[in-house]
Design a protein around this ligand. Structure first.
Ligand code: 1PX
Length: 211
């Protein structure tokens, strides 16, 4: 992980995520998220409850990857196969595998959809667009459907603490507004591809509603 956040680092990680045959490397998926979380931390302590949950999930996946069965966790594809073949996933209700790699990654996968929507609206935003509105629109169209009322409320309040569009562009640390927009244009197809590959894999294996 780099010392300070830059959008370029996020882009680089999602670029490295895809293997030649379009498998998703867990290592870079995790690093991409770590970058994003460190960015979110820099925005202030109102985001701490979100970052705590994200870090917790990143750590669960990292522990699998560095653990004794780590070779099965090289890619999302190999993880899904390994956990399903060995009955390591609670499929319908929480039981003996409450923290499987599959269900943990699904939470981040849903958050990646939020990120995709948010970055796309940031990319196409105009001077009077509000980051808090873009953020909550993206949230309502994605993650919110999976969150109970209390989390939705707390999240909505955190969004109000987001810096305005100009400051936001600055903290992305990727040059001028125009340069940020260009970089977002490069990053989004990569993020979308990683999202879509994971989505298709989960759909094919009936894993999209894991408890
Ligand atoms: C380049 C600009 C980037 C901005 C980066 C922001 C990074 C955001 C990272 C958010 C990761 C959130 C993971 C949430 C996973 C989740 O849905 N967890 C819930 C379910 O887990 P469970 O184990 O119980 O089934 C959990 O209940 C969540 C609790 C915390 C609230 C999560 C709210 C997520 C909002 C996402 C938007 C973040 C806005 C950041 C503003 C920049």
């Amino acid at each position: 992980m780099a010392d300070s956040f830059s959008l370029q680092n996020v882009l680089d990680n999602f670029k490295s995520c895809l293997s030649d045959n379009k498998e998703v490397f867990l290592k870079y998926y995790i690093s991409g998220w770590r970058e994003l979380v460190s960015f979110m931390n820099s925005l202030g302590s109102v985001f701490a409850f979100i970052s705590k949950d994200a870090v917790n999930k990143i750590q669960i996946l990292e522990n699998f990857l560095t653990g004794e069965n780590g070779t099965h966790y090289l890619t999302v594809q190999s993880m899904v196969k390994y956990e399903l073949d060995n009955e390591l996933v609670d499929l319908t209700k929480r039981g003996s595998h409450p923290e499987s790699g599959c269900r943990t990654l699904l939470r981040l996968h849903r958050a990646l959809r939020w990120l995709q929507l948010f970055l796309e609206s940031l990319r196409t935003s105009t001077e009077d667009s509000k980051t808090s509105v873009m953020c909550s629109d993206a949230y309502n169209a994605s993650l919110a459907q999976h969150h109970p009322w209390l989390i939705r409320k707390a999240t909505g309040m955190a969004f109000c603490a987001l810096p305005g569009r100009d400051t936001f562009f600055e903290v992305l640390n990727a040059g001028s507004h125009q340069e940020v927009v260009t970089l977002l244009g490069e990053a989004l197809p990569l993020i979308s591809e990683v999202y879509q590959i994971t989505e298709d894999l989960y759909a094919k294996n009936n894993l999209l509603e894991l408890p």
